[in-house]
Design a protein around this ligand. Sequence first.
Ligand SMILES: [Zn+2]
Length: 213
Amino acid sequence: MFIGHFAAAFLIGYMFSGVPIIIPLLGVSFPDILWSILVISGVEKAKFDKNKPLMSDIVFESYPISHSLVLTSILALIIGLVLALFLKNPFIAVIFVIASISHWILDVMVHIKDLPVFGFSSNDIKFGFGLWRRGPLAFVAEYLFYIIIATITVPMPYLLLILFLGTVFHFININAFFGFKNEDITGGSSKRYAIVILAIFVLFILFSQIILG
Ligand SMILES: [Zn+2]
């Protein structure tokens, strides 16, 4: 999931309007940014098949640090506390953790039973309702979720730009939902995929911060 996470950031920013929007933007992205870094460095593992482009084809073999409910939330709390100290607002730590947890909850909707709960052992309880198995439905559901939440929460002067931004980023990845081409853009390399993910998260954060900040 990508733009769906940012819809959650807009919602959190709307509910806690005293906190700079960059905090929920960073918080919802934290698990995937951490995942990218850990996959690039070989700590967490995912398997890609260069002839299978669908989201449901990705095998998330191991990602307890970046994508478990408990361990990732503890790490998010540490980062949140550092940000809170830096920006002199203790509330920022809470918002950062809430945003990071929203990532796990939304990932559970689409992932295929691979999201660990605790993150401390290999025989963990895992969740994932598997919406990605129904690619076109997942594509439409995530897009609608983004449009509806953005329309409710983003102030009018910025709304069109935010909708445009989400549309561009969602449609860039359309093949991963529909499988028009039997070819994975990353050539089956998990490290290359992680670099792409890192880049698009950084870009989306940057663009939304410029629009909303
Ligand atoms: Zn994720």
